[in-house]
Design a protein around this ligand. Structure first.
Ligand SMILES: [Fe+2]
Length: 202
């Protein structure tokens, strides 16, 4: 089961994936209290979809509370310490850099018997990673239910976004969990992405 927590102040989603065997967290916009209220036990791993402030805001608290690995793209980890790049005004994480596990290739990460596949999906940022497991795609701000991520920010790239859209349609997934807003199905995304690809190609 996957639970979506919506941060009241940041409006971003944090997800708890719990299949009874493995507990995983995706992004860190929810407060630690809110997260703990919804967790049955400590997580086995934390994954960060990209380095924007609204997805890492409470990551210091998570890192202090849990001893599990925290995965993010190496360029996202740089943004943790750069307010100009994470858009968090003064947000500089206090957690030491070596506490984070860099994702530098698209090879499956085995967590407590569950395989998580990182898929590089740049465009919204140069550090955007989507995570695929058991047909569930955790896409961060790459894909939303009826739109795609902004591509006018620092480290955004429209051409990369177009390539990421084409790439992701080659993967088998049934549901998309986005960084903001509601989940969507593969069919909804296929329709959404046809429209957006047309728009991006204008
Ligand atoms: Fe973002």
């Amino acid at each position: 089961m996957t639970t979506r927590l919506v941060s009241k102040t940041l409006d971003s989603n944090t997800f708890i994936y719990d299949d009874g065997k493995t507990v995983l967290i995706f992004d860190a916009g929810a407060s630690l209290d809110e997260l703990k209220k919804n967790l049955k036990r400590a997580p086995d791993a934390i994954f960060i979809t990209h380095g924007h402030y609204d997805h890492i805001f409470h990551l210091d608290d998570y890192a202090r509370a849990f001893s599990c690995p925290i995965y993010a793209h190496e360029r996202a980890i740089s943004k943790f310490y750069s307010p100009a790049e994470n858009y968090g005004e003064e947000l500089v994480l206090k957690t030491a850099r070596d506490r984070f596990s860099q994702i530098s290739e698209e090879s499956e990460i085995l967590i407590n018997g569950t395989n998580v596949l990182p898929i590089f999906t740049p465009g919204h940022t140069n550090c955007s990673v989507s995570f695929l497991l058991n047909g569930e795609l955790f896409a961060g701000d790459f894909l939303f239910k009826t739109s795609v991520g902004r591509y006018d920010l620092l480290t955004s790239n429209k051409e990369e976004l177009k390539a990421s859209i084409k790439k992701i349609l080659g993967y088998d997934f049934s549901v998309v969990h986005s960084g903001h807003g509601e989940d969507s199905s593969r069919e909804e995304q296929k329709r959404n992405l046809v429209v957006w690809t047309r728009f991006l190609n204008r």
